[in-house]
Design a binder for this molecule. Structure first.
Ligand code: NAP
Length: 289
């Protein structure tokens, strides 16, 4: 039997509607004030420019302020630091997003770490990562948060379940594992040195792939009835190029109980949770005044 297709587009749409409603309530409560997201785009990478434009557009659609700060590809480190410090101090800015990757002369991890953790809407600063690891309140990375909502929408039971995350990046794999652990799943993290990856994946009630290798996860890696989440975004070979996930979707959907498609699965959740984080950051900052 074919798997339930987890419709990320529709679920993300619901999150955005809820955020728009909460932004209105925020404005009523605080004399017309709006949450504001500042994006920093260094250089002219076309994909990064598309992502940043999408994020700015999404802000406007839910009634938030969006401020973009484009910097030249050869902007010196001091200029980026000065901008981050200025935005950290600006009360109109609730959230700051430094679009990655940065040009080679800039250290993305170090610069991200300079963002005030209360404005860290990507959830990537060491403070945010630490709060997550300790199970304390904080801003969580957007894509793993979105996956948790997709799992909930699919009716996945996480308590006591075997969850396998393939990929251990700071951006996705590690925070994903922490969120699953927080939901009382038994979590295994896999990476390029994992021995017999197919066998480890076959144990999973919940299998999440974030590797960046097109259609790597095959049908015989999947336990029948498992919930399968595909985070991968790879360019397919067809013309015009299509987006392809890390899961061999057509084959795996015949084995899994539920599965996310690419596109239309995890992708739309990321921006929806960026908006939600910006609102959460704005609320946290107001409560501190
Ligand atoms: P990343 O930093 O490149 O990490 C990739 C991970 O995959 C690493 O941990 C690596 O292991 C592991 N890996 C590589 N080859 C492997 C193999 N053959 N077997 C097992 N593990 C292997 O990637 P990322 O930033 O997490 O992104 C992963 C994918 O998710 C990309 O396609 C990216 O575009 C996508 N993504 C999508 C969204 C979204 O919004 N939908 C958000 C984030 C990421 P090692 O650590 O051992 O090198």
């Amino acid at each position: 039997m074919s798997a339930q297709i987890i419709d990320g587009k529709t679920i993300a749409g619901r999150v955005r509607i809820a955020v728009a409603r909460d932004v209105e309530a925020f404005a009523e409560e605080f004399g017309g004030a709006k949450p504001g997201l500042a994006t920093i785009l260094v250089g002219d990478d076309p994909a990064s420019a598309i992502y940043v434009n999408g994020k700015q557009k999404a802000c406007r659609e839910v009634g938030m302020d969006g401020f973009n700060f484009p910097l030249a590809a050869d902007a010196p480190r001091e200029e980026v630091v000065e901008l981050i410090e200025r935005l950290n101090a600006d009360p109109a800015v609730s959230g700051i997003l430094l679009q990655l990757p940065l040009p080679g002369h800039l250290d993305g991890a170090k610069l991200t770490g300079m963002i005030d953790p209360r404005k860290d809407v990507d959830g990537l600063t060491p403070v945010s990562a630490g709060l997550l690891a300790l199970g304390r309140e904080g801003l969580r990375p957007c894509t793993p948060s979105g996956v948790m909502t997709l799992l909930d929408a699919a009716g996945a039971q996480l308590e006591g379940a075997e969850a396998v995350v393939v990929g251990r990046s700071n951006l996705f794999g590690k925070p994903m594992a922490q969120l699953l652990l927080g939901a009382n799943a038994t979590v295994t993290m896999c990476h390029s040195r994992t021995r017999d990856l197919p066998a480890v994946c076959r144990r999973a009630d919940v299998l999440i792939a974030a590797v960046g290798r097109a259609q790597m996860v095959k049908a015989d890696w999947v336990k029948p009835g498992a919930t399968v989440i595909d985070v991968g975004m790879n360019r397919g070979n067809s013309t015009p190029p299509t987006l392809v996930g890390d899961i061999d979707f057509d084959a795996v959907k015949e084995v899994a109980g539920a599965i996310t498609p690419v596109p239309g699965g995890v992708g739309p959740m990321t921006i929806a949770f960026l908006l939600r984080n910006t609102l959460q950051a704005a609320r946290m900052q107001r409560s501190e005044r």
